[in-house]
Write a protein that binds this ligand. Structure first.
Ligand code: FES
Ligand code: MG
Length: 597
């Protein structure tokens, strides 16, 4: 057991609002308006924990929409444990639809949740999550406010199928785009095949950012063991919703808080597990952000040092062949963790929301299907974690090595003298519109040795940071069978993409990063063994380009479209530091340190 201590009813945080005879006027004002929809005085002042339910589902967030029904089971669990549920909305975040990018919403939703958790009479909170950024937004806020909190994933969709072939969310889109460009399929067929990937309620059924971040919540100890990948329509999903509601009330009495759980060892577990899961290239951004809000030092060097040598165990798209429904049936996250534990790669003494240590929750767990979850001794890929690349253009950029395909290796990593290095000539694009406008232009001279570079796509250049670095080669090359080229950029890429791009280059071009100095035709050398990406140019020429750019007022990027874009741009930190809002990371434990006035 994690915490034997028990809170007395008069210590409940909600008493400050609901039971304060020294201030009868304000107390009455707090109470009376809740009575008008039928809540009784006994419920509000009877010493019951008041539990918030942060509702991330809405008609604008289809990946999370079923939480609208699911929270009924959460509420029943809260009631059964003697708590009183209060549901409130999270700012909507829908990865696929939000323009210019859903990444703008992560920090906006974070701020909203922080203000609600701090400013309302809540003793604990259930955080409903699903689509990519809903999970980090919720966890970042939980760390900042630090009232007892538990994450409830909505779960992935069922498997998508076309005939006997699995169709994975997002991953199929990247495939079909190539087929469309090569003229193999027409637009109606493209749409029909794409829709196969969304057969039910739930979030992406691949190990994209949504499934990865919900798995990260579980590994960190912030959701009930085994809960993150239960498919959304399964009965076990509603059962775990009920159990989550029951458990949060106990957590309030135990005074078990996020900062007791979100410790450095827990984050090290997350890094290790992410490699074994073949997790999203967005995970380091979000996990680093949660760590920063929890006051834990974690950076991309940690991701390489702790994570790179970990093997890929989960055979789930985009790095593998199956989907989350099968992953769940094979044992899900606990089965992967049990392998990592047996290999001595896990901190098992860390607490979890379950009230048990991580090690205790893994007792008796086994892999149910060794095709879907591989043994540590028989992995899909030996060293599957991220490489943190550096060089004369940036301080940090990530490469997801679990998705380096055999074809990519043969074409780019086949130099007998140095099989982990390649050189190529760059073609540079300034944002995705520039790429779409020019990629088919034969004058660019894109060939099989070209490195495609995307800049102006970081959190400042493209407000929030665009998922555009996995660029497709021109149609003429695809028709010749060259389906991918090395890509490099200061933006992100979708977690459902299997492209081994060099991503998240920090600092970005828009804030003085070296990608702004690149010109078409420059030679780049990428050396994975040394972790280096070097522009092959003498430093005098690089200095001259830097001076020229400065005299032109620096790298140009589009203006703000909304107030939040401007506010975020002035405060946001680089991708390697989690894209957090700089002043926000100074606030921690605000529920205890800053009493509402
Ligand atoms: Fe929402 Fe993938 S688009 S989970
Ligand atoms: Mg995405």
């Amino acid at each position: 057991m994690v915490n034997a201590h028990r809170l007395a009813p008069e210590q409940l945080r909600s008493r400050y609002w609901f039971d304060n005879p020294d201030h009868p006027g304000t107390t009455a004002l707090c109470i009376e308006r809740f009575l008008n929809y039928g809540i009784t005085l006994e419920e509000l002042v009877g010493g019951k924990p008041i539990i918030g339910i942060c509702q991330s589902g809405s008609d604008l967030t289809p990946c999370n929409r079923h939480h609208i029904e699911l929270v009924q089971r959460v509420k029943e669990g809260i009631r059964a444990s003697g708590g009183v549920p209060f549901e409130f909305p999270m700012h909507p975040i829908h990865e696929n639809v939000r323009r210019p990018t859903a990444a703008l919403d992560r920090n906006l939703a974070y701020l909203g949740i922080v203000e609600v958790l701090h400013g309302y009479p809540l003793d604990g909170v259930v955080l409903t999550t699903g689509c990519d950024k809903t999970t980090p937004a919720a966890l970042m806020a939980a760390a900042t406010v630090n009232i007892p909190a538990i994450v409830l994933s909505g779960g992935p969709m069922l498997n998508g199928w076309r005939g006997r072939e699995r169709v994975g969310s997002g991953t199929i889109i990247w495939e079909l785009r190539k087929r469309l460009a090569a003229g193999d399929i027409d637009y109606p067929e493209f749409l029909s095949r794409a829709s196969d990937s969304a057969p039910s309620i739930g979030h992406c059924n691949t190990m994209g950012t949504a499934s990865t971040m919900n798995a990260m919540a579980e590994v960190l100890g912030m959701s009930l063991p085994g809960s993150s990948v239960i498919p959304a329509p399964y009965k076990e999903r509603a059962m775990v919703a009920y159990a989550t509601g029951e458990r949060i009330v106990d957590m309030v009495w135990e005074d078990l808080r996020p900062l007791d759980i979100l410790t450095r060892p827990a984050f090290e577990n997350a890094v290790v597990a992410c490699s074994a899961l073949g997790g999203s290239s967005n995970a380091p951004i979000h996990v680093n952000a949660i760590a920063r809000h929890a006051g834990v030092e974690l950076d991309n060097d940690d991701w390489q040092r702790l994570g790179h040598e970990i093997p890929l165990l989960a055979n789930v798209m985009p790095a593998g062949a199956f989907l989350c429904e099968e992953f769940y049936r094979a044992g899900g996250v606990p089965a992967v963790l049990s392998e990592l534990r047996d290999a001595g790669r896990l901190h098992t003494e860390v607490p979890t929301v379950s009230g048990h240590t991580l090690g205790e929750t893994l007792e008796g767990v086994t892999i149910e299907d060794e095709e879907v979850i591989h043994r540590y001794a028989d992995p899909l890929v030996a060293h599957a974690g991220f490489l943190n690349l550096k060089g004369n253009l940036f301080d940090s950029a990530l490469m997801k090595t679990s998705v380096i395909s055999r074809d990519f290796r043969k074409r780019f990593l086949s130099d007998p003298d140095d099989p982990e290095a390649f050189e190529g000539r760059v073609v540079v694009f300034d944002g995705s519109e520039d790429y779409h406008a020019r990629i088919e232009d034969p004058a660019l001279g894109v060939d099989a040795r070209t490195i495609l570079v995307m800049r102006g796509a970081g959190p400042v250049g493209h407000p929030g940071g665009a998922e555009v670095v996995n660029m497709q080669p021109p149609a003429a090359l695809i028709k010749q069978g060259i389906e991918s080229l090395p890509c490099l950029g200061d933006g992100r890429q979708s977690g459902t993409s299997g492209s081994p791009s060099i991503l998240n280059a920090s600092p970005e071009a828009a804030t003085g990063g070296g990608l702004a100095l690149l010109e078409d035709g420059d030679q780049l050398r990428v050396d994975l063994r040394k972790g280096l990406v070097q522009l092959l140019i003498d430093s005098a020429e690089l200095d001259a380009r830097r001076a020229r750019l400065a005299s032109q007022g620096g790298y140009r990027y589009p203006g703000h479209q909304t107030p939040w874009q401007e506010i975020q741009r002035t405060l946001v930190e680089p991708l390697d530091r989690g894209m957090t809002l700089a002043p926000a990371t100074n606030y921690r434990d605000v529920a205890r340190r800053h009493t509402p006035r």
